[in-house]
Design a protein around this ligand. Structure first.
Ligand code: MG
Length: 230
């Protein structure tokens, strides 16, 4: 069996900045301040973004933990309300590839995303692909993305009864953090250029495979599934 761990934003779908607008408004509401410059969200977990925002708006250290916690609660509640009416777009080829992978007897799909768990599933539901995923590792498990692969591995064992070794794991995402996160555990890392980063940028981080989009499922199978052991 192979465990394929998919990132969500920039890999499966795009939410057109709705999360960023919501985070900005929540921090303004909680602290009365806005961040002087945009912080990068790429490859970061929701709690990590909240911590960086608290710092960026100049939140006093004594209040920071509470503001971060409250912001995450508000973000989760409001994003769940907003998502059904928000513009969420599937990225090219993602749904068809996931559907095809799901039908393979030696493939187990799961998520590895910085989203807190309820938002991860709500985003997938907004574009009708939540049915393909039952578990994963999420921003709500750790603010540090690099701690998520072993959590996904343990959940996969608990849920499927199968121990996936590093040689059987693939991590698919659109940022250097997804690629490095995969490499950090010795998994097969796949970069996809459907987020904010192009081929030149992602290839610098030396993924095992790099795709412009997920549209060519035959090529994906040849390049990824045939090179990863079961
Ligand atoms: Mg992403």
């Amino acid at each position: 069996m192979k465990l394929l761990l998919f990132d969500i934003d920039g890999t499966i779908l795009h939410t057109h900045g709705s999360g960023r607008r919501l985070v900005d408004s929540i921090f303004l509401e909680l602290t009365g301040r806005t961040a002087p410059a945009r912080i990068s969200y790429a490859g970061k977990t929701d709690p990590q973004i909240a911590m960086e925002m608290a710092h960026a708006v100049g939140c006093p250290e004594s209040e920071r933990d509470e503001v971060v916690q409250r912001s995450l609660e508000l973000y989760t509640q409001r994003m769940l309300d907003l998502l059904p009416a928000s513009k969420v777009t599937l990225l090219p080829g993602a749904a068809a590839l996931i559907d095809r992978l799901c039908s393979k007897s030696d493939v187990q799909l799961a998520l590895l995303t910085g989203n807190v768990e309820p938002i991860a599933f709500a985003k997938l539901a907004a574009v009708g692909v939540d049915k393909y995923f039952t578990f994963g590792a999420f921003g709500s498990d750790s603010p540090d993305r690099y701690r998520l692969p072993p959590i996904a591995q343990q959940r996969a064992l608990d849920i499927t009864g199968h121990l996936f070794e590093k040689d059987n794991i693939v991590i698919i995402g659109d940022t250097e953090h997804d690629i490095r996160c995969g490499r950090s555990i010795g998994a097969y890392s796949v970069g996809v250029c459907t987020g904010y980063f192009g081929r030149d940028e992602l290839s610098r981080h030396k993924p095992n495979a790099l795709f412009d989009t997920l549209e060519d499922a035959d090529h994906f199978e040849r390049t990824v599934l045939l090179r990863v052991s079961s």
